[in-house]
Design a protein around this ligand. Structure first.
Ligand code: UDP
Length: 247
């Protein structure tokens, strides 16, 4: 069946639930189809609207999934509902489960040296059949070719890129043309969660769709990033009324 997409402020989201998304990517992993996945929240959508260079990176993605209740609500408001959130951390863990079951190869890029080392330990314990072919911290000179050269040599199936927005999308967009295979996904602060330095919201908060509030309370320095939300809501209503809202 052909994929369906829902456009929100110029970003084309895949109309899928988590289960089907994982199945889709599993097929691509097994077929060695090169893939770029973005899990986009309202902050990313706003950045696409405001930054044409960043938009070019996102346009290179094969799949953009709805990360965050804000995107799901926006789709509903626009009359093209998306079934559920396909959040970055959850999608990453589901893909790690596939890579573990199939004994595939993993490469990890991002976070501080201390964090990535701890995250690697967690992966080894929780996903013992994964063939972890390499990892590198996320603080390097942009021109540094060492990581992409390692990826070219070791041919990982899944490449997790945790450099935060917008660096992770930029890095993937600039490097993916060089490789022959691999599923690349930007995973933001996920290595911090794997390392145990940042806690995910308890299930109760997640069920109420209040994960964003939990994170804000735990890391008040994030408040500035939340300012994108009212602006996002406004633009969504603009799109509903005018049919575009891309400016
Ligand atoms: N990071 C990195 N290199 C940088 C800047 C950030 O590897 O130059 C890492 C940072 O250590 C953290 C992740 O990127 O692990 C970004 O986390 P954040 O919570 O900002 O992710 P987001 O909310 O943007 O997905």
């Amino acid at each position: 069946m052909a994929d369906k997409f829902v456009s929100i402020l110029g970003v084309s989201f895949i109309d899928t639930n988590m289960k089907d998304m994982v199945a889709r990517i599993e097929q691509r992993l097994l077929n060695h189809q090169k893939t770029f996945i973005v899990t986009a929240n309202p902050e990313i959508v706003m950045k696409v609207l405001q930054d044409s260079t960043y938009k070019q990176y996102i346009d290179k993605a094969n799949y953009v999934t709805a990360d965050g209740i804000g995107v799901v609500k926006a789709a509903q408001i626009l009359g093209n509902p998306l079934p559920e959130r396909v959040a970055g951390y959850d999608l990453m863990r589901n893909l790690l489960t596939v890579v573990n079951e199939k004994k595939l190869k993993l490469y990890m890029l991002g976070a501080t040296e201390e964090t990535i080392q701890k995250a690697v330990q967690t992966i080894k314990i929780e996903f013992p059949q994964i063939d972890l072919v390499g990892y590198h911290n996320g603080f390097f000179q942009w021109e540094d070719q060492a990581m992409i050269n390692e990826i070219l040599e070791k041919q990982p199936d899944l490449i997790l890129v945790a450099l935060g927005v917008p660096r992770q999308e930029k890095w993937i967009a600039e490097n993916i043309d060089t490789v022959e295979k691999g599923v690349f996904i930007g995973v933001g602060g996920s290595f911090d969660v794997l390392a145990g330095t940042v806690k995910r919201a308890p299930a109760f908060w997640q069920k109420l769709n209040l994960e964003w509030l939990y994170r804000l309370l735990k890391q008040p320095s994030r408040w500035r990033r939340m300012l994108a939300l009212p602006h996002f809501a406004l633009k969504v209503y603009e799109q509903k009324i005018t049919g575009n809202g891309k400016n």
